[in-house]
Design a protein around this ligand. Structure first.
Ligand code: V47
Length: 370
């Protein structure tokens, strides 16, 4: 059966590379994206996924915390941020944050808090730094994954410090890891169209390199399905793969499917939303290209629960998590529920014979296989 699939495939040489553990090239990645052999690509990605993880599917019981949506940057794809002074802007006081975290611990048994927000000049720098200690003050055991590279760079500029000094300050307050946001697509041309004021690829990679040097592990993301082409996607993935060769500090790669509600990108540059085939290809091809990042996350919040469930057979080994209080994707029109209970997640993982494994973002311990 498998040799039938391989022998009739235009991707025969790529099958051979995967079977013999060879690294795929830029050209291989582009060919995979341009190929219509979705089943063959899925077969290969699942083969790699099972070689690494067997039937395990990782998930995380966590709270999303977006302390402020006020942001100076005005990325064209963002529906969450409000400019300073714009109606609907908010900034949560520390007391509110503490209470939100306390409730999520007591009612949902969360083990992690994921913190991402806007760049708000109206609050002092300590406001941001002290959020980490505020969260830890609820429970020292909580894993705190806080601030994208964009925020770290912004704190450094505001505090006239190096990014490394910022990371040390945050680590001293209890920071455990960095989220992967802000990477978008590394291509300079595309960044000019979608987020001209945001830091560039080199700076994003420098912040993660600095974090890895301090033993702070991180995630990495790619925002796709807007105006990028397949070459931009492969280039993005290979730049991340190169940094991973250097530091080994990335835990997980998370493709983020672009949503076009309530943001101007679609109007300005004819961005389109993604479709199911593109989503599955992005997951599967990233599994094949990343021979050095263990986990590929199928973030159900962006692609929906049903597709994320199918993606578990297309290279994805982590389905994300409970995502209590997710705002960024939902502001942009994601149709998935706002959150899932731990029990619901476990049920949808088990459907196809997979084994649910509850972890935090470091993946260093499995808390439950139920
Ligand atoms: O960088 C913003 C994305 C990111 C839209 O590390 C959008 O586990 C789709 O950091 N359509 C921020 N995506 C969120 C983030 C994150 C998300 C999930 C997991 C992790 C992790 C980190 O959200 C931004 C951007 O790429 N985003 N707007 C939109 N309209």
């Amino acid at each position: 059966m498998i040799s039938l699939l391989k022998d009739s495939s235009e991707l025969k040489d790529i099958f051979e590379k995967i079977e013999t553990g060879q690294r795929l090239s830029f050209q291989d990645g582009v060919r995979l994206f341009k190929s219509r052999e979705l089943t063959a690509i899925g077969y290969l990605a699942n083969h790699v996924r099972e070689r690494i993880h067997g039937k395990k599917v990782f998930y995380n019981n966590y709270l999303n915390l977006n302390p402020t949506n006020v942001c100076e940057v005005a990325c064209l794809f963002c529906s969450f941020a409000k400019l300073p002074g714009e109606e609907g802007g908010y900034t949560m006081p520390h007391e509110e944050i503490r209470e939100k975290v306390r409730c999520a611990v007591e009612m949902n048994g969360i083990r992690e808090v994921h913190i991402v927000g806007g760049l708000n000049n109206a609050v002092p720098l300590d406001y941001y730094f002290d959020i980490v200690s505020t969260v830890k003050s609820v429970n020292r055991e909580l894993f705190v994954k806080a601030y994208t590279a964009v925020e770290i760079d912004y704190f450094a500029k505001r505090g006239q410090m190096s990014c490394k000094d910022v990371l040390v300050e945050l680590k001293n307050r209890g920071l455990d890891g960095l989220p992967g946001g802000g990477a978008e697509i590394f291509s300079e041309n595309i960044r000019k169209k979608i987020c001209i004021k945001k830091m560039g690829a080199r700076e994003w990679l420098d912040v993660h390199r600095a974090a890895h040097e301090l033993d702070i592990r991180s995630n990495c993301t790619m925002l796709y399905g807007h105006v990028e082409d397949v070459e931009d996607r492969v280039d993005h993935i290979l730049q991340l793969r190169k940094l991973q060769d250097e530091t080994g500090g990335f835990n997980s790669f998370i493709p983020l499917a672009y949503h076009d509600d309530n943001n101007p990108l679609a109007r300005y540059v004819e961005a389109r939303e993604t479709d199911g085939i593109t989503d599955l290809k992005v997951y599967a091809i990233s599994r094949l290209l990343f021979d050095n990042i263990f986990h590929i996350k199928g973030y159900w919040t962006t692609v929906g629960i049903k597709l994320a469930q199918v993606a578990l057979s297309f290279g994805v080994d982590d389905i994300g998590g409970t995502a209590f209080s997710e705002k960024i994707m939902h502001a942009a029109g994601a149709e998935s529920p706002v959150e899932l209970s731990r029990e619901e997640l476990v049920e949808l993982i088990k459907k196809n014979g997979f084994q649910p494994c509850e972890v935090v973002s470091s993946y260093d311990k499995i808390f439950s296989t139920q």
